[in-house]
Design a protein around this ligand. Structure first.
Ligand SMILES: Cc1cc2nc3c(=O)[nH]c(=O)nc-3n(C[C@H](O)[C@H](O)[C@H](O)COP(=O)(O)OP(=O)(O)OC[C@H]3O[C@@H](n4cnc5c(N)ncnc54)[C@H](O)[C@@H]3O)c2cc1C
Length: 293
């Protein structure tokens, strides 16, 4: 498997977005079917697994921590020859029978895609959907330059966002950094103001004009939101989602041919065994489809 640079024009037969139990189970089973597979994951061990102090309902393992299970799954997938890339998929575009996955770091191409992105804990902020692309952005690297010399806010659900805020500080006049995690950072840059508080709403007319935090209204032209994951609807246009669940058939294929989904993102129960089972079904289905080519 080695030697294939994700920067090259190589088209991955299977690309999996998300390295939790669903994604890793799919990777193991795709490798078992001798398919080249890349897992694109924001983190080596899913934060959901890391948060599980004790998993006692995974068949065959009476007592294990989520982190231990995540590490075992990662090592298994890795030993099977899975390629891993630490990156976040930002957008997916279909071009003929190839999917382009735009990451924060690089772009990737694939014939079959598996969305194993888990569920987001954080609901949208009122006004967020309305102003998406009109001042609300999920990618400082992609959109920061549009706000050169302007005032922006960043709502951050994870400390990794501090790097992005530092980047914005070099472009924007002022950055309000509003962390939703603890402890609060001490400082980020001279023109970054760190504020505690929960964002209440995003307001404006045609474009963003302000964000309401507690009883303050901050006048800003841009709002960057950094969450542990991008909502699947924002990843790929036209994906059928009902009641926050990606709709799949018995092969885990979504309404977009060639795009599969597995794990928590397809609905409840949000459990490891279900995620692992769905990942396996998706991998076998993707491998079968590839074999028809
Ligand atoms: C406190 C706690 C305790 C739990 N205890 C148990 C238990 O005892 N038993 C049990 O069965 N279940 C338990 N669970 C639930 C279990 O952790 C989940 O059901 C399981 O992790 C779901 O796996 P998944 O692969 O679908 O998603 P996740 O594990 O959420 O993995 C998804 C991964 O995709 C990544 N990702 C998301 N978007 C992108 C993107 N755009 N680009 C790249 N990567 C992306 C995320 O960062 C994440 O790493 C617990 C959960 C919590 C929070």
């Amino acid at each position: 498997m080695g030697g294939i640079s994700p920067l090259s024009t190589f088209v991955w037969p299977i690309l999996i977005i998300g390295g939790g139990p669903a994604g890793l189970s799919a990777a193991i089973n795709a490798r078992k079917r001798n398919k080249q597979v890349m897992v694109l994951a924001k983190e080596q061990i899913s934060h959901k697994l890391q948060a599980a102090p004790k998993v006692a309902n995974y068949p065959g393992i009476a007592d294990i921590t989520g982190t231990e299970l995540g590490k075992a799954l990662y090592e298994h997938a890795s030993a099977m020859g899975t390629e891993f890339k630490r990156d976040e998929a930002q957008q997916i575009v279909k071009d003929g029978d190839v999917f382009w996955v735009m990451g924060r770091e690089e772009q990737y191409q694939a014939r079959k895609l598996l969305l194993a992105v888990g569920v987001m804990e954080n609901k949208s902020i009122p006004g967020e959907n309305e102003f998406e692309g009109k001042g609300v952005s999920y990618c400082a690297t992609c959109d920061g330059a549009f706000f050169r010399g302007k005032d922006v806010a960043m709502i951050a659900y994870l400390p990794e966002a501090e790097t992005e805020a530092r980047f914005l500080a070099g472009i924007c006049r002022r950055v309000y950094y509003i962390p939703q995690y603890r402890p609060l950072p001490q400082s980020i840059a001279e023109n970054v103001t760190i504020l505690s508080g929960v964002p209440k709403s995003i307001t404006g007319q045609e474009t963003v004009a302000a964000i309401e935090i507690g009883d303050q209204s901050l006048s800003v032209q841009g709002i960057f939101i950094e969450r542990p994951g991008i909502p699947p609807l924002k990843l790929i246009d036209g994906l059928q989602i009902v009641n926050e669940k990606i709709i799949i058939d018995e092969n885990m294929e979504t309404n977009i041919p060639g795009v599969y989904a597995a794990g928590d993102c397809t609905g409840r129960p949000w459990q490891i065994a279900r995620a692992v089972g769905q990942g396996q079904i998706a991998a076998i289905a993707m491998a079968k489809e590839l074999d028809k080519r």
